[in-house]
Design a protein around this ligand. Structure first.
Ligand SMILES: [Zn+2]
Length: 91
């Protein structure tokens, strides 16, 4: 049984269907048992679809932060919050 961390790592490959049949089977088995990964896959798929259709190029900052907070609550510290000053770098 693979873990959430591995789902996370393979997420984009899985959505792009760029993984081995065996790994795909394991991911789907995990998704059958794990609601938060299922939600993540569905959300990411929807986001990618929106981006692909040119409806949304970037999440509004407020939405992105809320999403990050929600994900952080689920996974602990796996996600790094967006930088405070957008693209500006600390000197
Ligand atoms: Zn999971």
């Amino acid at each position: 049984m693979i873990r959430c961390e591995e789902i996370l790592r393979e997420l984009s490959n899985y959505i792009d269907e760029d993984i081995t049949p065996e790994l795909r089977r394991q991911v789907e088995q995990h998704l059958g048992d794990c609601r938060r990964c299922t939600v993540l896959v569905n959300t990411t798929r929807k986001t990618l679809t929106l981006v692909a259709d040119n409806y949304v190029l970037e999440l509004p900052r407020e939405v992105a932060e809320r999403l990050m907070n929600r994900l952080n609550a689920c996974w602990g510290t796996l996600f790094i919050p967006p930088p405070e000053n957008g693209l500006e770098r600390e000197r």
